[in-house]
Each structure stands twice: as structure tokens, then as C-alpha cells.
Ligand binder design. Sequence first.
Ligand code: 6PG
Length: 248
Amino acid sequence: MSEAVAGHLTTAAELEGLSEAAAALWAKLAAEAISRQGHFAVALSGGSTPRGLYRLLAAAPWRDRIDWGRCHFFWGDERLVPPDHPDSNFRLAREALLAPLSIPPDRIHRVPVEVGSPETVALAYEGELRRFFAPEPMLEGPRFDLVLLGLGSDGHTASLFPGKSALEESRRWVVATPPGRLPPPVDRVTLTLPALNAARAVAFLVAGADKAPTLRRVLAGDPDLPAARVRPARGSLHWFVDRAAANP
Ligand code: 6PG
């Protein structure tokens, strides 16, 4: 049974335009969160699409429009490779966003990939999330102010791959998951659907014609595709899509 995904859809001709629109949402949500609670907690996405957004945020004018001293950085998923490995989602963000903005270590909540097995890493990262979000009423998941997500051509998001058991997790916030079909073929840890759907806002960034057929199925609510199951229970859902992905 498909139920169309209800969200705010913004299309732009090119990746740069959708990155600008996503930066505007980031700035709006950050200002609201900092005013409300004194900080802004964001879960970053991996993959190549968000690199342009990260670089945009780290440069004028956006770097001057956001109170970076109040921002805390997390990850929606991570590959189990060293933090300086080319496939590391942490490395992507450090190079494009965190280092240029000189974000101090106490506001960077990196997935501790070095602590042991994938399950040990998942438990350790969930512990970090619970320590940070615990003061809030024990909700079904971490109340991120913004979760950035990408979309794989197979319909995965974060590291929630079609048909994998991680999709059925209903209690834990972080789980380990084996490699998906798409590269790189490494173990990962990922936020679960309860964690993603506890967010105040979720924003997908999708670019490229290869994503068009998958995006169409996701927006139509195809339950076989993990991205279609991201529906924040008490939050907003945003899609930033370039023309190539929007026009099948
Ligand atoms: C990852 C990402 C993953 C990514 C999609 C889209 O760790 O690989 O979390 O979910 O967002 O695969 O990747 P692109 O932006 O490179 O198309």
C-alpha cells in the first residue's frame, strides 16, 4: 500500500540552486533552535550531493548568517573506515565544512569507528546520542533539529538499504548494517527509522537524472524503498531536488 509522501518540495535547475535553498532552510532552523533551546543539533549526510551545501555554508555569505558557535554536528550514518579515509563521511564534512569554520572538537560528535566491531560502534554512538538528547523527555528518538539525507538510486537513505533488517528496527536509534549493493562495500552504522522520524526536520538533497525513477517511487510512497519510510512524526519533511532528478 503506497501512501504519497507529504513534504515541502523545492526544485532547482542545478545542484548549486538546491544547495542555496537547503542553506536557507539550515539558517532558518538554526536560528529557531538557538532561540528556543540555545543550540542547533544537525545530523549530516554522507555521499557526494551535500558537498556543495557544506562548502556554501562555510563561505560568505552563509558563514556569516549562522551562529556556528551554537551548532552541534552529528552524522546520519558512517562507513566503518578510518576518519581520514576517502570513503569517510566524517572526512567529507571535516574538509568541506568543519575545518573551514574551525568548529571545535566538543561540538563534533563523530561516529567512533575505532572502538571495535560494527555493533560496538553502533552502541557507542547511540550512547553519545542519548547523552546529548537525554534531557529531553524520552522520546522515541533523538530530537535532531535537522537531519540531512541523500537518496541512493536503489532507494536507500543514510545506510538503510532495501530489504535489510535495519529497516525493521523499532527501538534502537543506531544499528550496524552490512554493505549495501552500492559502493563502497564496507560495514556501516546508521540512524534507524525511529531515530530519523523523531527529527524536527528532515531534508533530502537529490540531484541527477539517475535518481529520477527512484525519486518518483519514493514520493509516491513505495514502502519497499527505505527513503519512502522517512516521515517525521512530529517534524517537517523537505525535498531539495534538481531538475534532472525531478523530471523523469
Ligand atoms: C552514504 C550516504 C548515502 C548517500 C546516498 C546518496 O553514507 O553513502 O549516507 O545514503 O546519501 O547514497 O549518495 P550521493 O549523494 O553520492 O548520490
